[in-house]
Design a protein around this ligand. Structure first.
Ligand SMILES: Cc1cc2nc3c(=O)[nH]c(=O)nc-3n(C[C@H](O)[C@H](O)[C@H](O)COP(=O)(O)O)c2cc1C
Length: 257
């Protein structure tokens, strides 16, 4: 056995290898962090634009996003607030004792357990007022929490679009929430009826009969994926309801934000 084959030499080489590898991995994680943050932000902006039906291949996402104003809404009062920490993250805020709250089972129809008290909302405005409102929504499906945006027209009732940017439902089943053909069923649907701010929009089992009463509040179900479909209905009804954006939308309609 040569001197190089001793146990000591083997341990030294293995240790050095571990140290070098961990330095490389840590350095990559630290150096790539700003890039990851920038990409996440770009992705968030692209999804907001997609829900709002804003696209123009000749412009960058950042250029298109200049049409959008980000504001923050206190869900309880339904009014805009500027009292938000820098780099506010509603997902993290939900579990913060000051910034979030635990939801009781009777109100938590979207099965999210915790909710931030303040949510970001995105507005497209023109000279006549609000053209579109894009609202972040999330809720539990079958395997995962689905995160997305629901965009409404300036009447604060007609859907412009719904899109999810994160979920882990099964491709071909619950994952059909990403199918463009299914997403195309949303524009034009109405969230609320004539009676007020009680959300009526939701998925049904099977296909919608356009001549049936209430068809304007109905979306085709997801075949073989009723549990995800129920999750989508629940999250829409939660976020458009009184514990979500309904107080804000009512104030916005009345011009009292
Ligand atoms: C491997 C596997 C993955 C599934 N993924 C989903 C899913 O993502 N979403 C869903 O609602 N149902 C999914 N299901 C089916 C559900 O268990 C359940 O049968 C279905 O939601 C009932 O819907 P249906 O009444 O439309 O058939 C999956 C089933 C299996 C075996």
């Amino acid at each position: 056995m040569s001197a190089k084959d001793t146990t000591r030499q083997t341990v030294i080489v293995a240790t050095l290898l571990c140290v070098v590898c961990s330095v490389v991995v840590s350095a990559a994680a630290v150096l790539l962090k700003p890039l990851q943050v920038a990409n996440k932000d770009l992705d968030r902006k692209s999804n907001i634009l997609a829900a709002a039906g804003i696209s123009d291949s000749s412009k960058s996402v950042d250029e298109l996003f200049t049409q959008i104003t980000t504001k923050y809404v206190d869900l309880e009062t339904g009014k805009f607030t500027t009292d938000v920490p820098a780099k506010y993250d509603a997902k993290k805020a939900a579990k913060d004792p000051q910034l979030g709250q635990a939801l009781t089972k009777d109100v938590d129809i979207a099965s999210i357990k915790y909710q931030a008290k303040v949510m970001p909302v995105y507005l497209v405005e023109n000279k006549d007022g609000i053209e579109k409102v894009i609202l972040p929504v999330h809720g539990y499906g079958l395997w995962s929490t689905l995160y997305g945006f629901l965009a409404l027209e300036g009447d604060l009732n007609t859907v412009v679009g719904l899109g999810f940017y994160s979920h882990a439902e099964t491709p071909g089943l619950g994952g059909e929430v990403d199918n463009p053909a299914w997403k195309a069923l949303w524009p034009g649907k109405k969230v609320y009826g004539a009676e007020g701010m009680e959300p009526k929009l939701g998925l049904i089992k099977g296909s919608v009969d356009p001549s049936a009463p209430g068809a304007e509040h109905q979306i085709d179900g997801l075949s073989g994926a009723t549990l995800t479909a129920n999750g989508v209905t629940n999250l829409v009804q939660f976020w458009m309801g009184k514990n979500g954006y309904a107080p804000f939308l009512a104030n916005l309609k009345a011009g009292e934000v």
